[in-house]
Design a protein around this ligand. Structure first.
Ligand SMILES: Cc1cc2nc3c(=O)[nH]c(=O)nc-3n(C[C@H](O)[C@H](O)[C@H](O)COP(=O)(O)O)c2cc1C
Length: 220
């Protein structure tokens, strides 16, 4: 382990989890869930812990997660997701929610200062600049979506590495879901993730565009 690496309780490896590159390369948006098996509470919390380790602008962590597991409520989520029944089969639907306002700024910039990463004056200046940068409606939405999407991807990879199946979804009624889950006005639905024990094989992955087609060097 390099001396640069920060260790804390979140650094504990799960012996059974598959390595990161393998997880990235074998992850799928699965639709085959075992309807008889359920996600236990401890695993749900581990998934959220992993999601929250995603990078975020100044570590502001502008995300929250709403997990729905009650059968009747899941049926409503399916309806709001235009009948995507795999959500019910998964047994757990997690709405990844983004903040549109940097409401964690006071606390987080204090942590930067406490950790000695900024002096108090710089911390205050950077905080003010950051908060000012998210004033417009578009900047606020971009902020929420950009950061919370990374948390969603962490969640997907963590689920997959733990042998679960997970599917990201934006095919749902955003306003209806926000209302159903009682999101405050300044929070937006970013991604719905169906997650649960796998029911077996998934169809082959569709092709990805070649690196030559998507990698630009020096300029677009
Ligand atoms: C933003 C976004 C929205 C998606 N919406 C849905 C959805 O509503 N329902 C669904 O079954 N899959 C959805 N997917 C999954 C994609 O269909 C899937 O990622 C894509 O086909 C590639 O397959 P793979 O993830 O298995 O590699 C979505 C994925 C993303 C990133």
């Amino acid at each position: 382990m390099s001396s640069q690496r920060v260790t804390d309780e979140t650094d504990v490896a799960n012996d059974e989890a598959i390595p990161a590159v393998e997880a990235i390369r074998s992850r799928r948006s699965g639709h085959n869930f075992d309807p008889e098996a359920e996600l236990d509470d401890e695993t749900l919390e581990e998934l959220i812990r992993d999601a929250a380790l995603a990078p975020s602008s100044y570590n502001l962590q502008p995300w929250e997660f709403v997990a729905v597991q009650d059968d009747d409520r899941l049926a409503e989520v399916v309806e709001l997701a235009y009948g995507q029944e795999h959500i019910e089969e998964a047994g757990t639907a997690i709405l990844v929610v983004g903040h549109t306002e940097p409401e964690t700024a006071d606390r987080v910039f204090e942590e930067w200062v406490e950790a000695g990463r900024f002096d108090a004056e710089t911390g205050e200046q950077v905080k003010e600049q950051t908060v000012a940068g998210y004033q417009s409606e578009q900047a606020g939405r971009d902020y929420g979506i950009r950061n919370a999407s990374l948390a969603a991807q962490n969640l997907l990879l963590s689920a997959h590495a733990r042998g679960l199946t997970a599917t990201p979804m934006s095919g749902f009624d955003f306003e209806g879901m926000a209302e159903f889950l009682d999101l405050p006005e300044d929070k937006i639905p970013v991604m719905l993730v169906a997650v649960g024990p796998s029911g077996g094989e998934e169809p082959a992955r569709l092709p990805r565009r070649d690196v030559e087609e998507i990698l630009h060097r020096e300029t677009y």
